[in-house]
Design a protein around this ligand. Sequence first.
Ligand SMILES: O=C(O)C(=O)Cc1ccccc1
Length: 365
Amino acid sequence: MAFASPSELPINIHLTTKRTHHHHLLPSQAFLKINGDPQLHPTINLTVAYQGAPGAYSEFAAKTACPSSKTIPYRSLIDAILAVESGHVDRAILPVESTMEGNSLRNYNLLLQHDLHIVQEISLFVHYCLLAMPGVRKTELKRVMSHPLALAHCVRNLAQLGLEREPVEDTAGAVELLRERRMFDTGAIASSRAAMLYGLDVVAHGLQDESWNVTRFLVLSKDSDLTRKGRAGLKTSLVVGHHGSGGMEVVLRVLSALSSRGINLTKLEVGSNRKEDGVVRILNVHGRRGIGEFPHVLYIDFEGSMEDDKVKEAIDEKYCLRVDREDPDPDSDPELSFHSRRSRGFDFTVIIIQRMLGKRVFKLW
Ligand SMILES: O=C(O)C(=O)Cc1ccccc1
């Protein structure tokens, strides 16, 4: 391609603050412990998979999180994740939630179905631009293409401009398509970096409906880094899948086990089970592998590490969160499936994800 590679483009950073789906029932709770340290493990020469074309926000997030790494585009998030799982690349980057849209839960749930470790997280301030073919004016545009999340973030402004929305795979992919097909009546929402990369004009800046628009990305790796054991600055994610027996009491038990020990929660989300979403599928990474299905899910992030005494205590609290790494008793009731432990009549599984505490927000203009 005649355009500069993304790594050659100036990046303006402002620091502001395989699937084996076994459907058979499984014993054992899932226990996934995740950690990592970019300082201990420099990202030079790493390969990082992202979804989209060069110039996508995910690529920028990958480059920011893993400086000097080589970013590799993939068509879909699943392809990017499979590339890490199969060892073709070292890392994958996954956008999981944004301040405007809340959780892209489908992405988060992808994480639960693959045996990968979160080694880092990065928050990116996303500033959307309206791009058009060179010389085209904003008023000449009839429609706009972009990633569904970008379209959702700009819905009011786009309506005001009277532009029809057309979802495509990613923001940079929209720009590429626009240029390839020489579409003079169509714009794309993407970064100014994508405009430079593909030689398009920026006809409007800051198209997001709300000024504070931050997306959180997770960096995934096949390997965990046990050298981080007990180190400060970690954040842990807990995903509790349950079957709703006892109403919401599982939720209360989990929260009280953490809050009674002064453990600071940084995220709390009770997975709603609207019919169209169906169950959440969670991979069991211990014992016999397979997928468990849970109609109710609780997502929690808290500050601290699984090595902290109070965290250990909360996790081990009797009748509350028992995380069992051992294979369950083979004679146990197969109906217990994935979530072999029943605690006072509740059945649930717990996934624990340990990772870096990401406090910084990067800005891309
Ligand atoms: O389409 C892109 O550029 C992506 O990387 C996905 C995305 C879209 C909008 C905000 C953050 C990430």
